[in-house]
Write a protein that binds this ligand. Structure first.
Ligand SMILES: [Zn+2]
Length: 180
């Protein structure tokens, strides 16, 4: 199932949300927060308990929303987004990565209190990830000649959008709403 473009009440791109989240926002019984403004088409539908709903390709907030919409959904920490932020390169040795060969590495291992957040996570090849294991870079960095190529930062909001619209399906569905 495809993801959904989220616009502000003024039509500014806010992010990309998972289709389940888009449907939740739309079908919220108490107060629907968004209006669908374009759909993927008749063949892209979501089944709820009693109904079939066409999946919107673009949704717009009904009013200015302060806090309840996770604008940052598009930069969720997952392998795809970490690899994308890090240009599909191992941040220790520079080796090009794919979704198959890439892993995400916690710089300070979670077992040592490292947080699951953008600034503590980098794309890593499996050999580097294995070498580093549960150690701290300051302990094994010199031994293995491992160092971080750049300081990891949270990705920019438009990062995911750029990647998405390289996919012709998204480019077509969203072309009226984002600069493709
Ligand atoms: Zn590596």
């Amino acid at each position: 199932m495809r993801d959904v473009l989220l616009l502000s009440d003024r039509g500014v791109t806010l992010g990309i949300v998972h289709w389940t989240h888009a449907m939740t926002l739309m079908l919220n019984q108490e107060r629907s927060k968004v209006t669908p403004i374009a759909f993927y088409g008749d063949d892209v539908v979501v089944h709820s308990a009693h109904d079939v709903h066409p999946l919107p390709s673009v949704i717009m907030l009904r009013y200015r929303e302060g806090r309840n919409i996770p604008y940052t959904d598009m930069v969720k920490i997952n392998k795809k987004n970490v690899l994308t932020r890090d240009d599909f390169k191992c941040q220790y040795c520079g080796e090009p990565l794919t979704m198959q060969t890439g892993t995400i590495d916690h710089i300070v291992p979670q077992s040592r209190g490292g947080r699951h957040e953008w600034t503590n996570i980098v794309a890593s090849c499996k050999p580097c990830n294995n070498k580093k294991n549960d150690y701290l870079l300051k302990d094994v960095g010199r031994k293995f000649d491992m160092f971080l190529r750049k300081k990891p930062r949270p990705p920019k909001r438009d990062l995911a959008l750029k990647r998405y619209i390289q996919n012709p399906e998204y480019a077509e569905a969203w072309k009226d709403y984002v600069a493709v």
